[in-house]
Design a protein around this ligand. Sequence first.
Ligand SMILES: NC(=O)c1ccc[n+]([C@@H]2O[C@H](COP(=O)([O-])OP(=O)(O)OC[C@H]3O[C@@H](n4cnc5c(N)ncnc54)[C@H](O)[C@@H]3O)[C@@H](O)[C@H]2O)c1
Length: 253
Amino acid sequence: MKVGIIGCGAIANIITSNIVPKDDIDIKYFFDKNIERAENLASLAGGIAILNFEDMLNDVDLILECASPDSVKYYAPKILSKGIDMIIMSIGAFMDLDFYTEVFTLANENNARIHLPSGAVVGLDGIKAVSDFNLQDVSLVTRKSPKSLGMDIDKEKVLFEGKASDAVKVFPLNINVAATISMACNQDINVKIIVDPDVDRNVHEITARGDFGEFKTITMNHPCSANPKTSMLAAISAIKLLKSFNETITVGF
Ligand SMILES: NC(=O)c1ccc[n+]([C@@H]2O[C@H](COP(=O)([O-])OP(=O)(O)OC[C@H]3O[C@@H](n4cnc5c(N)ncnc54)[C@H](O)[C@@H]3O)[C@@H](O)[C@H]2O)c1
């Protein structure tokens, strides 16, 4: 499988440095609005840095976006209309319903698939499984360190309480998890975001209740050293997703 990357920051670096030849995944093209980042990563990975993202469109099976929600809105329609599959990390972009409808239609019409990794949270398998079985209440409580939000406070503070669709507007770069869970269960879930000086990790607590019973998951993420806003698990989940395309037996989903 030949892959191109848009966005050569923290996630792209972790993914690229953990793909080995036996995985049979050729990450060939590297694109970033900051060309130096694309060149650095391309030289580490033995790939090609490109100045225009169109230069990879005729030579890839899949494009992995790990740049920004705005980049998804700009590049995804152009990629999907060529029938090229995508992995998208900046999942918050999909909380814009018009955009969601546009890319869904484009992907369908052009036989392209869009893959959204589980990202920085565990429990999506369960949420997806029960989503059509009277799932009554799904909520997410996210705790972040002041450092990860670029804040300097010494007391816990609730920054946001409301629906995921609104959280994404206020914290577009920080709240992909809320968007991912909402999409997994097809509901605008309840979200609370807390800045907490007592945590040094990105902590996500999901609670789900329905006819099936109830579950709660807690994910205590180590941040990436290159970008404390991003959790290691987000990058790792994309690596596993990439590798799963070559697997004969897929466990969980
Ligand atoms: N799904 C999840 O659970 C999850 C978790 C963490 C981060 N994310 C998202 O993944 C994305 C990447 O995260 P990261 O930590 O690697 O970020 P990063 O800031 O370390 O790297 C992003 C890179 O993308 C480049 N970029 C930004 N906009 C661009 C554009 N329009 N065109 C080309 N290049 C562009 C930047 O120059 C930068 O090099 C972010 O949008 C982040 O919110 C998702």
